[in-house]
Design a binder for this molecule. Sequence first.
Ligand code: FAD
Length: 323
Amino acid sequence: MSSVWVVLEERGGRISRISWEAAAAGQQLASQLNTKANALLIGSQTESFAAEAANKGLAKVVRVEHPLLDQYTADGFSLALEQFFRAESPDYVVFPHTYQVRDYAPALAARLNRVLISDVTAIGEGPAFTRQLMQGRLNGNYRPSGTGPCFLSVQSGAFRAETAEAGSAEVTTFTPEIAPEQIRTKPSEPFRGSAQTVDLGSAQFIVAVGRGIKEADNLSIVQDLAAALGAELAASRPICDNGWLPLERQVGSSGQTVAPKVYLAVGISGAIQHLVGMKGSQCIVAINKDPEAPIFEVADYGIVGDLFEVVPALTEALKSAKQ
Ligand SMILES: Cc1cc2nc3c(=O)[nH]c(=O)nc-3n(C[C@H](O)[C@H](O)[C@H](O)COP(=O)(O)OP(=O)(O)OC[C@H]3O[C@@H](n4cnc5c(N)ncnc54)[C@H](O)[C@@H]3O)c2cc1C
C-alpha cells in the first residue's frame, strides 16, 4: 500500500499554519491512494508539537529527534530525514513550501537521487501535481517516475489548513545518527521579521486597494473600510511601488501569497501577477467600475461601480450593522 508522509514545521512555538495546509494536502493525497497520511516533526524537543499533531487525523506521528537538531541546519535536517526515509521507504513526502524547506529539501531529494516537485498548488488524479509556470499564466502537471519517494512542497494558501482532519495518532520517536563534524554550518539566531511586519498570509479578512484609488490621499476611504471589517489592508504593486503603502502589504507574484476567508479587491484590475497571490482566497469580492475587468473572472461577488461611492457606503453599512 502507498504511504504518504507530511513534514510539519514549528514556528514561534506552534506548528505553522502552512504545515497544516501541507497536512491537508497529504490527507487529500492519501485518501486518493486509499490510505492515511503520517506526519513527522524534526528537532530536539518536539514532544508538545507531536501531541498537537496526534489529534489531526494522521495514522502515525514520528518525532525525529537528536540534540544536534536543536537548531536548524540544512546538513542536520537533510541527514536525519535521509536516514528516516531510507528506513521508511515512503511513496510521497509532502512539505510546506517554506524558506527552511527550500533550503534543505532539494539536498534531501538529491541524497536519495529523487527530485522535489516544488510549490504545488493542486493534486489531481494519477496523482498528478500542479505547479504554476510563467508567473501563473500556465499550469504544469507533474507525475513522479521511477522508484523511491516523490518529494513535493505545497504553496502557501493552496490547500485549506482547516480541512486537516481530526483523530488520534500513535506517537513514536526516531533517533538518527548524526556526528557533529557532519554539520558544516554553525547556526546563528533564527531570522525574525521586525515587529511591524504584516503577516498577510494569516489574515482572515483583507481589503486590497489598487490604482483605481488614484492618489495616496484617498487611501483613508479603504483604511476606514478595513477598520470597519476588522481586515488587514493590502495592495497591488503600483500602490507599493509609489510608496503609498509599504512593500510588505503587496499581494502577488512579487509580494505575499494570501488565502483569507474574504478578499475584497478595490480598484484592482486583476492582472495575472496579482491574481497568483490571492486567487486561493475563500471568497473574493471585487469593486471595479469596468465590468470587463479581469478581477471579475475570479470574483465570487462583483460590484460594478465607482469605488468612491461604493466603499464609503459599504463602510457606513458595516458600521451601522454593528451598532
Ligand atoms: C515581473 C512582474 C511582477 C509583478 N508583481 C506584481 C505583484 O506582486 N502584485 C501586483 O499587484 N502586481 C504585480 N505586477 C504588476 C501587474 O502586472 C499589474 O500592473 C498590477 O497588478 C496592476 O495593478 P492595479 O490593478 O492596481 O492597477 P490597474 O491595472 O491600473 O487597474 C486599476 C483598476 O481600477 C479600476 N478603477 C479605476 N478607477 C476606478 C474607480 N473610481 N472605481 C472603481 N474602479 C476603478 C480600473 O477599471 C482598473 O481595473 C507585476 C508585474 C511584473 C511585470
